[in-house]
Each structure stands twice: as structure tokens, then as C-alpha cells.
Design a protein around this ligand. Structure first.
Ligand code: G3I
Length: 380
């Protein structure tokens, strides 16, 4: 009996030591035999990025952090640099998370993206209150100057303006347009350039596969170019699904943007595998689909993704990346909007509380078939 207890105790101690060592030795262990990291594989083509949430930035999710630093060479902060967090009240700045974010990117030698300077969503309340155009303009100037200058030469690229166009290609009636006038996009690109002349400056939007919307954006790009105002890239948010948009539509985005001699960046890629209640308007976040919450038809895979759908997802990513590789001379970055499925915004949009599978890593931090497909597309 005494011997048995000793053996049991020794076994427990050994198990504890082994599990401690395996944790310390890298929390994320790929179960797929991959020789290079994804971003290494694509290093001669374009940056491979990931949007990272505040848990990753603040060191509270080491498994995701480990994936980010091994597989990606560019980062975007999913929320931490948005106006409402960085300047929640007039001239009160909070750079705690943003500083950590930039440190993480710098330490790992990454292409660091700032997201986003001017956006009508996640804006501080004081900007939406009744203030005069003069005050509003002053706040915009201060915001861009303080935020961009703080990370001068460290943040490589800024999403200067986000989602400023309607689906028909007209300028959205945002608070920025109302307060600053029709030329506000050009004005804020100039402010960003003044604060960091070397940063890449991006206009970022969704649904650019729609010809009318794309035409509106490209008219704006041409206008800036004709006026000598710096704009470096059009950021194509790619919140797509298993079927839409078509490969032809995606290719047309690449061709039309690069025709203007400007970089194409796929800034926010994820692929939903869930049914959509009706025709959705891209990534417009303000729509309300409450009535579908809890409807099992709208949430068909709560306990795991069937192999067949996982294969469809992998094939969809493969087809899209084949196109990206074909046009690698025109594309400088492809960024996934998140690291692993559990943390994706698509679990809560357009219907709250669903189980979606849009990314390359599953809920156990393991690479999915889509990851393997993308890794195998490039051989080096
Ligand atoms: O800040 C609160 C926090 O205090 C609270 O504890 C928590 C509880 O849920 O909510 C927090 O706010 C959430 C915020 O993300 C930060 O986590 C909001 O409810 C939530 O709506 C917000 O969602 C973000 C969304 O933008 C808002 O518009 C998503 O995470 C983010 O992925 C998404 O990203 C946008 C890009 O910036 C622009 N393009 C579209 C893309 C997808 O919508």
C-alpha cells in the first residue's frame, strides 16, 4: 500500500512537471506538420496579418499571442486604437492598450497597422454631442496629431478613413461630413501625412465588390491623387461568405484599384459559414437582427463544424488566395480579422450568440484545414 501511494504521488508529480514544461515551452502546438510559418511562406508575396483583440494585446491570451507571433508578420488592433478608447473625452487620451500593441508589433518586427482614425462608429460621445463645426474640426486635428505623432515611424500604416461611402457610391452623411464638409476625407489625409510623412495612408471600406460603391471610392482616390494628396492604398475589407462575392468580382476589385497605381490591401478577411437572415449590407454594424437570436436554423453548427463545411471553407480560402497570389504584384497585405474562431466578431453579428467558424484557427487554437491549404499553396 505504501509503495502504491508513492508510485501514485510520483506519477502525479511527473504529470504536473510535464504539463508545466509543455506550457512553458509554447502554449500553442500545431497538430499539422508545417515547416514554415504562414507569413514566412508568403514573405515574398505580401504581408499576412491578423487583427488582435485587447486580451492578446494585454497579455491575457498567451495562446493566441503565440499564434500571432509565429504565423503572422503584420498586426491590426481590432478595437484598441479606435477613437472611443483612445480619446474618450476631450483631450483625455488613454494610450495604455495602444502602447502595448505597438510594443508587441515592434518587438516582433511586424508591419504595424493603426485602425482607425476617422470612423463614424466607435467614436467618442463628445464628438456626437452638439458642438460647433469649429470645435469638431479642432478635435479632429488634435486627435490625428496626437495619435499619429505618438507612433511616428513605428506604426507603419494608418486606416485614415473608414467606411465613408454609401452602397451607391455617394458620400455617407456621417457626422464627419456634416461637421467638416464634403472635402473632409482629403483634409484628414493631409493631417495624417503631416503627423507622419512616411506612414502608409489607407482608405478602408467594405462591399467594394459592388461596382457603384467601388466607383465612388475610386473617384475619391483619383481626386486626392490629382491634388497631390498622399494616399497609399485602398483597404478592402473582406467580410465574405462561402459563396459571395464571386472570384470574378474579387478579381475586378484588384484590377480596378491597381489601375490607379495604388496598393491593394485586404484588410479584414473572414468567411462566414452561417446562413444570413436576408441580404445583408456588408459589414454595416448598426443593423438589428434581434428576432433571429436563438433560432436554431440560423445557428446550425453549435457543437462543431461538420467536415463537409470545413472542407468548403478550406476550398473557398484556397480559391481566394490563388487569386491573391496571381495578383501578388498589386497586393501588399492580407489581414485576417481575428486569430481564432471563438473570438471572431461574427459570432455576434448579424445575430448575437451564434457559433461561427470564419478564421484559420479553431476554438482549441489548432490550425484548421484552411490553414493547411493556404500553407501548401506556396512552396518554399
Ligand atoms: O467596450 C465594451 C466593453 O466595455 C464591454 O465589457 C464589452 C462587453 O461586450 O463590450 C465592449 O464593446 C464591444 C467592442 O467591440 C470591444 O470589444 C462592443 O460591444 C462591440 O460591438 C465591438 O465590436 C467591434 C465592432 O467593430 C464595432 O463596430 C468588433 O469587436 C470589431 O471586430 C469590429 O471591427 C470592424 C472594423 O473596426 C471595421 N470594419 C468592420 C469590422 C467588423 O464590424
Amino acid at each position: 500500500m505504501k509503495i502504491n501511494i508513492t508510485k501514485f504521488t510520483v506519477t502525479i508529480i511527473v504529470l504536473i512537471i510535464v504539463s508545466f514544461l509543455s506550457c512553458a515551452n509554447g502554449l500553442y502546438k500545431s497538430n499539422i506538420d508545417i515547416k514554415f510559418s504562414l507569413s514566412d511562406k508568403y514573405k515574398d508575396l505580401f504581408y499576412i496579418g491578423a487583427a488582435i483583440n485587447e486580451d492578446i494585446i494585454m497579455g491575457r491570451d498567451l495562446q493566441s499571442e503565440n499564434i500571432v507571433t509565429s504565423e503572422f508578420n503584420s498586426v491590426t488592433p481590432e478595437n484598441s486604437l479606435k477613437w472611443m478608447y483612445v480619446q474618450p473625452s476631450p483631450n483625455k487620451f488613454n494610450f495604455v492598450a495602444a502602447d502595448r500593441y505597438v510594443e508587441l508589433g515592434t518587438k516582433n518586427n511586424m508591419y504595424i497597422v493603426g485602425h482607425a482614425l476617422v470612423w463614424h462608429n466607435q467614436l467618442a460621445d463628445f464628438m456626437k454631442n452638439k458642438i460647433s463645426p469649429d470645435e469638431f474640426n479642432k478635435h479632429v486635428e488634435t486627435h490625428i496629431d496626437r495619435v499619429v505623432s505618438r507612433y511616428k515611424e513605428r506604426i507603419d500604416a494608418w486606416d485614415v478613413v473608414n467606411e465613408a461611402f454609401n452602397e451607391d457610391g455617394s458620400l455617407r452623411e456621417s457626422i464627419f461630413k456634416k461637421q467638416m464638409g464634403d472635402n473632409y476625407i482629403e483634409d484628414v489625409f493631409k493631417l495624417a501625412k503631416k503627423a507622419d510623412p512616411n506612414a502608409d495612408l489607407i482608405y478602408n471600406d467594405y462591399n467594394l465588390y459592388k461596382p457603384a460603391k467601388r466607383a465612388g471610392v475610386l473617384r475619391m482616390v483619383k481626386k486626392l491623387q490629382n491634388n497631390g494628396t498622399k494616399i497609399s492604398a485602398v483597404g478592402v475589407q473582406a467580410h465574405w461568405s462561402l459563396k459571395f462575392p464571386s472570384l470574378n468580382e474579387i478579381e475586378q476589385i484588384i484590377l480596378d484599384i491597381s489601375d490607379l497605381d495604388i496598393d491593394v490591401m485586404f484588410t479584414e478577411i473572414d468567411i462566414t459559414v452561417l446562413p444570413n437572415p436576408w441580404e445583408l449590407v456588408g459589414a454595416e454594424v448598426t443593423q438589428n437582427f434581434d428576432k433571429f437570436e436563438g433560432d436554431p436554423k440560423m445557428d446550425p453548427y453549435p457543437n462543431g463544424l461538420p467536415d463537409e463545411i470545413e472542407a468548403q471553407l478550406a476550398k473557398r480560402y484556397q480559391d481566394i488566395f490563388k487569386l491573391f497570389i496571381k495578383h501578388q504584384d498589386k497586393i501588399s497585405r492580407v489581414t485576417f480579422w481575428g486569430v481564432m474562431d471563438r473570438h471572431s466578431w461574427l459570432n455576434d453579428w448579424p445575430i448575437k450568440g451564434r457559433t461561427n467558424y470564419p478564421l484559420l484557427f479553431d476554438r482549441n487554437y489548432q490550425p484548421k484545414s484552411a490553414f493547411k491549404m493556404l500553407s501548401n499553396l506556396v512552396d518554399n
